[in-house]
Design a binder for this molecule. Structure first.
Ligand code: GSH
Length: 202
């Protein structure tokens, strides 16, 4: 199994989960400007959509879309407990979170990475993010993780995208539960292992 990633991107979420679930895996860094991978592949051939993450399975097929890759990784290792079983209401709750993170947080952050974003456009994105953070803050009031007491792939995804706030000068200090949540997840050995692997990768 091989994860195609860009440093600091949303591909970090599946990278955390590869470690959480105890996978043996390879990584291949994608160069943002040349679209070549460190292993010498043309990334547009790997994922014609052009973005990370992508996961090459052992049979050569390629899976894309962060929320789907996360669920795949959890489902291949059901004992990890990183996703409730398919078909249960709890699984739909997990999918509800994954879609929320993808469409309402991840994709609201994305324009903030554009160097030519206008101050007004930046402000509008941050206002929308604040509404989403209010919701997450309330949800985390009595729960350590999004799904309650159980850590799931949704936490790895939310941790990854909310961690962009410091790089982008988005202030999360108004939301103490979120701050504690990020510290709790950031302390997990799987997060450290994924960080170390990307840092050591050429
Ligand atoms: N719909 C995709 C979006 C993935 C996405 O936005 N990837 C970003 C990084 S977080 C990317 O690769 N952008 C292209 C680039 O930075 O050149 C998913 O959820 O996996």
């Amino acid at each position: 199994m091989k994860l195609y990633y860009m440093p600091g991107a949303c591909s970090f979420a599946p990278h955390i989960i590869l470690n959480e679930a105890g996978y043996q895996y390879d990584v291949d860094k994608v160069d943002r400007s040349t679209r070549k991978t460190a292993d010498g592949e043309d990334y547009n051939d790997v994922n014609p959509k052009g973005y990370v993450p992508a996961l090459r399975l052992d049979d050569g097929q390629v899976l894309t879309e962060a929320a789907v890759i996360l669920q795949y990784l959890a489902d291949q290792k059901p004992a990890s407990g990183l996703a409730p079983p398919a078909g249960t209401l709890a699984r739909y709750r997990l999918m509800e979170w994954l879609h929320f993170i993808s469409t309402e947080i991840h994709k609201v952050f994305s324009p903030l990475f554009k160097p030519d974003i206008t101050p007004a456009a930046r402000e509008a994105q941050i206002t929308q993010l604040a509404r989403r953070c209010e919701y997450v803050e309330r949800h985390l009031r009595e729960k350590p993780f999004l799904m309650g007491d159980v850590y799931t792939v949704a936490d790895a995804y939310l941790f990854t995208v909310l961690s962009w706030s410091s790089r982008l000068n988005v202030d999360l200090q108004r939301w103490p539960n979120i701050g504690e949540y990020l510290a709790r997840i950031g302390a997990r050995p799987a997060v450290h292992a994924a960080k170390a692997r990307e840092a050591a990768d050429k």
